[in-house]
Design a protein around this ligand. Structure first.
Ligand code: M6P
Ligand code: ZN
Length: 187
């Protein structure tokens, strides 16, 4: 039997960086078609800001193993809609996930394949359990980076397809200086 080596790393709780992790950068141009307000999207695209960064420590796909990653989701809006991660189901849809809030303010939109949505507010110390079969997207509703840790099965995979096409049945927008969860008119 070949055993893997254990890993211990310190997450920088101010920046979200995991030393030695693989870094992924998602800019606004990577999120084409995701936001409602296409005019506001085109306008902001001139700067093509970074919307989020992921620092991932991933294992090869195998049952029973775990990956972990931090996400640094920057503050911003496209029109009235707050910046968010793409959001996904798992390619193996029965795989669950745990999120842990580190810094900043935001929340998670979750949705079943039938479109039933839930919104869970998140801040430092919040643990969110993402049950099997629920799509999940995080949203930054504050004005500083929203940073969190995610722990997920190494064989979960990402299925972006249906979220990319239809989005979530709810949107998170700013109204009178506050975050509001409303129905998605295009759903
Ligand atoms: C979390 C985890 C990752 C995911 C990342 C960004 O860190 O859930 O698996 O990749 O958020 O989310 P997305 O892949 O939906 O853009
Ligand atoms: Zn996931």
């Amino acid at each position: 039997m070949e055993y893997k080596n254990p890993i211990g790393v310190n997450i920088n709780l101010e920046t979200g960086v995991i030393p030695g992790a693989k870094k992924l950068v998602r800019r606004l141009s990577d999120l084409k078609g995701y936001f409602q307000d296409e005019e506001a999207y085109s306008e902001l695209l001139k700067d093509d800001p970074v919307v989020y960064e992921v620092y991932a420590v991933e294992q090869e796909e195998s049952e029973g193993d775990l990956n972990f990653a931090t996400t640094v989701l920057y503050p911003g809006k496209v029109g009235r809609e707050f910046f968010f991660t793409k959001g996904h189901f798992h390619a193996k849809p029965d795989r669950a996930e745990i999120y842990y809030g580190i810094k900043g303010k935001g929340g998670m939109l979750l949705q079943t394949p039938e479109g039933k949505a839930e919104w869970i507010e998140m801040g430092p110390g919040t643990v969110v359990y993402v049950p099997p079969y629920w799509a999940h997207r995080t949203v930054n509703t504050g004005n500083e980076p929203f940073i969190f840790l995610a722990i997920y099965p190494a064989d979960a995979g990402h299925d972006y397809g249906s979220i990319k096409e239809k989005g979530f049945s709810k949107l998170v927008i700013e109204e009178n200086g506050e975050a509001k969860v409303v129905d998605n008119p295009r759903w």
